[in-house]
Design a binder for this molecule. Structure first.
Ligand code: ADP
Length: 467
C-alpha cells in the first residue's frame, strides 16, 4: 500500500493489519466493520485520556492556587511580624526619631519625637519640622540652617551631629537637644534622612548637680584645709609654749643632780637622786614627743625649712653613733657602723638627716633585744645621679607585710600592744619620710616578721640644684 500523506501512522498500520491496501476503493464489508471497531476503540481511549488529562490539570491548578495562597499568606505574616518588630524597636527608643524625605518632609516618626515636639503624628507627618530647630555644634556653624545641613548630608552621604541644638516650641520654653542627621540610602540613591533627637535636659541637670557637688566639695575642702592650718598653728604654738617650762624642768633636774653630786652625800642621793632621774627622764621623753609634734605640724603647715650645707659624712655618723650607743647597750644589742671608704663629703640638710638616722636607729634599738643593729653607708648611681644610701638593719621583731604600706603614715603603729610595750607616738617614721622627700630622696623598708627589718634612706649626694 502506498501511504497517503494524510493518514496517521497508527491508522496506516491498522489498515495494513486488516488487509486494506487500496485506499481509493471501499474495503470489503468485513474489513470495513473491523476498521470501524478499531476506530471506535481509539476514539473511546482518546476520550478517556482527555478526561484524565483534564482532571489532573484541574487538580494541579487548584493545588497551585492553594500553594500560592499559602505562600502569600505566610510571606505577608512574616513581613507584618518584621514590621511590628521594627515598629516596637523604634517606639521603644528614648530618643526622638524622624524619617524624612529628601526635602525634609516627615514620612514617619516615633512616640518620643511626638512627645518632644508636643504634637501627634497626624499633625507632623507631611510637614517640614526643620523650621523648629536651630542647629549648633560639631560640623555645623553657629546657628546653621537645618535645610542646608540636610542638603549637605545627602550630598556627602555622611552623618552629622549637632550638639547643643535648640528646639523651639510654641508657648513652651526652648529645649536643648543633641541631634544627628544621617542619610537614608536605598540601593544607589539617597532617598531621605533619619533625624534623631536626644533630649539633653537630664544630662544638663546632672552636669549642674555635679557642678554644685564640686562646689560643695571645694568649700568643704577649703574649710578642712583652714581647720587643718588652724590645728597646725595651734600645735606649733602650744608645743612652743610647752617647751619653755619643760626646758626649765629639765634644767632644774640637771642642776639638782649636779648639786647631789657636789655634796657627795649617799643618803641624799638615795632620798631624791632616783626620783630626780625619773623626773629628768620623763621630761626628756616629753620634750622628745613635743618636738615630734612640732615637726609634724610645721611640715603640715609647709613651714619646715631646708638648709643645705656641705658636711663630712663619717663625722656625722660618729656623732649619731655617740648618741645612739647607750640605747643599743640598754637592749643588749651589738651595734656596727660601716661607711664605704670613698665617702667623705655630701651636701644636704645635716640636722634633718641626723634626726632621720636617729629615728631609724632608735626604732631599731627599741624593737631589737640582744641582737644586732647595723648602719651601712654606700654609694650608688641611678640615672646618672650619685646617691648615698644609709641602711639601718636590725635582727628585731620585724613587721607584718600588711602593715608595711601604711608604716610611714602619721600616728601609725603596728599594733596597740606594741605601742604600750615600747612607747612612742607613731610620728618618727612620718617625720623621717617627709625629711627624706624634702632632701630629694626617699626612705624604704624591707622586713620579715620575727627576723628583722631594714630601713634604707636614699638621698642625692648633692642636690641637683646645688651641683
Ligand atoms: P614610734 O616608734 O614612735 O611608735 P615610728 O613612726 O617611729 O613611731 O614607728 C611606727 C611603728 O613602726 C612603730 O610603732 C613600730 O610598730 C613600727 N616599727 C618602726 N621601726 C621598726 C623596727 N625597726 N622594727 C619593728 N617595728 C618597727
Amino acid at each position: 500500500m502506498k501511504d497517503s500523506p494524510d493518514i496517521h501512522r497508527t491508522l496506516a498500520r491498522q489498515l495494513r493489519r486488516l488487509g486494506i491496501r487500496d485506499l481509493e476503493r471501499p474495503p470489503p464489508p468485513e474489513a470495513w466493520r473491523d476498521l470501524l471497531a478499531v476506530i471506535s476503540r481509539t476514539y473511546a481511549s482518546a476520550e478517556e485520556d482527555r478526561y484524565l488529562l483534564e482532571r489532573s490539570l484541574d487538580i494541579s491548578s487548584r493545588e497551585m492556587e492553594e500553594l500560592n495562597e499559602n505562600l502569600r499568606l505566610s510571606s505577608e505574616t512574616r513581613v507584618a511580624a518584621e514590621r511590628d518588630r521594627l515598629n516596637s524597636i523604634v517606639e521603644a527608643l528614648d530618643d526622638g526619631l524622624f524619617v524624612l524625605d529628601t526635602d525634609g518632609v516627615v514620612q514617619r516618626l516615633n512616640g518620643a519625637a511626638q512627645r518632644l515636639l508636643g504634637a501627634d503624628a497626624e499633625a507632623l507627618i507631611g510637614t517640614k519640622v526643620f523650621d523648629r530647630f536651630i542647629f549648633r555644634g560639631e560640623g555645623a556653624p553657629e546657628s546653621a540652617d537645618p535645610a542646608s545641613s540636610l542638603a549637605a548630608i545627602l550630598r556627602l552621604r555622611q552623618s552629622m551631629r549637632f550638639d547643643s541644638s535648640v528646639l523651639l516650641r510654641e508657648g513652651r520654653p526652648p529645649r536643648e537637644l543633641a541631634c544627628t542627621l544621617s542619610p537614608l540610602i536605598a540601593g544607589d540613591s539617597c532617598v531621605g534622612a533619619v533625624f534623631v533627637l536626644h533630649d539633653m535636659t537630664a544630662v544638663r541637670r546632672s552636669e549642674m548637680e555635679l557642678r554644685q557637688l564640686a562646689d560643695a566639695l571645694r568649700t568643704a575642702r577649703d574649710k578642712a584645709l583652714d581647720a587643718n592650718r588652724a590645728k597646725s598653728s595651734f600645735l606649733a604654738n602650744i608645743s612652743h609654749e610647752l617647751r619653755t617650762p619643760l626646758n626649765a624642768i629639765i634644767g632644774y633636774s640637771e642642776l639638782i643632780s649636779e648639786e647631789i653630786e657636789e655634796f657627795h652625800d649617799d643618803s641624799l642621793d638615795e632620798a631624791i637622786g632616783e626620783d630626780n632621774r625619773r623626773i629628768h627622764q620623763a621630761a626628756d621623753h616629753l620634750l622628745h614627743l613635743i618636738n615630734d609634734v612640732l615637726d609634724v605640724s610645721k611640715i603640715e603647715a609647709g613651714k619646715m625649712q631646708v638648709e643645705v650645707i656641705a658636711f663630712d659624712v663619717p663625722e656625722l655618723l660618729a656623732a649619731v653613733a655617740a648618741v645612739i650607743e647607750p640605747l643599743m647597750n640598754q637592749g643588749g644589742n651589738q651595734f656596727f657602723v660601716r661607711c664605704a671608704p670613698e665617702i667623705r663629703e655630701m651636701r644636704s640638710d645635716r640636722t634633718k638627716l641626723k634626726q632621720a638616722l636617729f629615728n631609724l636607729l632608735s626604732n631599731a634599738a627599741k624593737f631589737t633585744h640582744e641582737g644586732v643593729v647595723r648602719l651601712d653607708v654606700t654609694l650608688e648611681t641611678e640615672d646618672g645621679e650619685r646617691l648615698i644610701i644609709f641602711a639601718v638593719s636590725d635582727t628585731g621583731i620585724g613587721i607584718p607585710p600588711e602593715k608595711l604600706r601604711d608604716l610611714f603614715n602619721a600616728f601609725m603603729q603596728v599594733d596597740a600592744s606594741t605601742s604600750r610595750k615600747y612607747g612612742g607616738t607613731g610620728l618618727g617614721l612620718t617625720i623621717t619620710r617627709e625629711f627624706c622627700r624634702m632632701l630629694g630622696g626617699e626612705v624604704e623598708v624591707d622586713s620579715v616578721l620575727g627576723e628583722g627589718s631594714t630601713f634604707r634612706i636614699r638621698l642625692p649626694l648633692r642636690p641637683r640644684a646645688a651641683t
